[in-house]
Ligand binder design. Structure first.
Ligand code: AMP
Length: 278
C-alpha cells in the first residue's frame, strides 16, 4: 500500500496503474474510519484492480460555527484499517495541497443542494461538490463509491457528474449500522456515554414512522409531528425531520419508497440518518 500526500505523486502512481490496464476505484472519506467506510472499500475493491482511498477533512464543507476542530482524527488507525482492507493507495493531502493560495473556484450544484442539510449547513454542499470534483480530477477513477447515509450528498455527486460530463460511475452503498441500529458515523465518537445510549432511538423512532404508515397513516405532516414529539421527549434537538421521495421532492401523501430524512443534535453532536419506507 502506498501512502501519498501530493497530487503529483498521486497522478504518477495512478498513471502507471492505468497503463497496466487497471480499473481504478475511489472512496473519498474524511477519515476516522469505521465499518461504514470499510464496506465502501470492500465494494470498491471487488469492482476494481486499484483501490484509492482519500482521507481529507475538508474545511470548505464546514461552516464557521461547525465542528471542524472537533472532527475526530486518527491517521495511524486509519492507515492500519486501509492496509487490512487491501487498499492500494491512500491519499492524505494537507489543506494547502487541495486549496493552494489564490484558490477561487467553487462547484455549486444548485437544486439538489437546497433543503435538508443544504438549508441547515449553508455552503456545505458547495464545499462537498468542490472537493469531490477536485478528487475526481486528481484520481480520475473509473468508479467512485459513496454511502447512502449521506443520501443528499450522493444525489448531488450523481448530478454533478451528469452535468459536468465527468466519466466516472457513481455507486451508492447501503447504510452500515452499529448492532444497536445507530448509523455508523465518525461523529458518534463525540457523543457522551449518556448520548451514546440515547442515540439509537433516532433510527428506532424513524422505524416507528414506517410502522405508522403501514398501519394506514399516509399524511406526512401527521407522521412527522409524531416522530418529532418522540425525539424531543428523549432530548434530541431537531434540525430537520422530513419525508421526501427518492428525488428529494417533498411529499404530503406518503407512498412506498419515500424516505424519512432526519438530522438531530445530541450533546451538540449532529447526527443524520434516513430510512426508506418499504
Ligand atoms: P465521511 O468520512 O463521513 O465523509 O464519509 C465518507 C463516505 O462514507 C461517504 O460516502 C459516506 O456517505 C460514507 N459513509 C459514512 N458513514 C456510513 C455508514 N454508516 N454507512 C455507509 N456509508 C457511510
Amino acid at each position: 500500500m502506498k501512502i501519498i500526500n501530493t497530487v503529483d505523486s498521486l497522478r504518477a502512481e495512478i498513471k502507471e496503474k492505468k497503463m497496466a490496464g487497471n480499473i481504478v476505484s475511489l472512496v473519498p472519506t474524511m477519515g476516522f474510519l469505521h465499518d461504514g467506510h470499510l464496506s465502501l472499500m470492500k465494494q470498491a475493491k471487488e469492482s476494481s484492480d486499484t483501490l484509492v482511498v482519500s482521507i481529507f477533512v475538508n474545511p470548505m464543507q464546514f461552516g464557521p460555527n461547525e465542528d471542524l476542530d472537533r472532527y475526530p482524527r486518527d491517521l495511524e488507525g486509519d492507515i492500519k484499517k486501509c492496509l487490512e482492507s487491501g487498499v492500494d493507495i491512500v491519499f492524505i493531502p494537507d489543506v494547502k495541497e487541495i486549496y493552494p493560495k489564490d484558490f477561487q473556484t467553487v462547484v455549486s450544484v444548485k437544486k439538489v443542494s437546497q433543503g435538508l442539510c443544504g438549508d441547515s449547513r449553508v455552503g456545505h454542499f458547495d464545499g462537498v461538490a468542490t472537493v469531490v470534483c477536485k478528487l475526481f480530477m486528481m484520481v480520475l477513477p473509473d468508479i467512485a463509491f459513496f454511502g447512502k447515509k449521506d443520501y443528499q450528498q450522493l444525489l448531488l455527486i450523481k448530478r454533478m457528474v451528469e452535468d459536468l460530463n465527468i466519466p466516472i460511475e457513481i455507486k451508492g452503498c447501503e447504510i452500515v449500522r452499529e448492532s444497536d441500529s445507530l448509523a455508523m458515523s465518525s461523529r458518534n465518537r463525540n457523543l457522551s456515554p449518556k448520548g451514546r445510549e440515547i442515540a439509537p432511538n433516532l433510527h428506532k423512532i424513524m422505524k416507528y414512522g414506517v410502522q405508522l404508515f403501514k398501519n394506514g397513516e399516509t399524511k406526512s405532516s401527521i407522521i412527522v409531528s409524531k416522530l418529532k414529539g418522540e425525539l424531543e421527549s428523549l432530548g434530541f434537538k431537531i434540525d430537520y425531520l422530513e419525508i421526501r421521495d427518492k428525488n428529494l421532492n417533498i411529499v404530503e401523501n406518503i407512498s412506498l419508497e419515500n424516505i424519512i430524512f432526519a438530522a438531530v443534535f445530541l450533546d451538540n453532536v449532529r447526527l443524520i440518518d434516513n430510512l426508506e419506507i418499504i
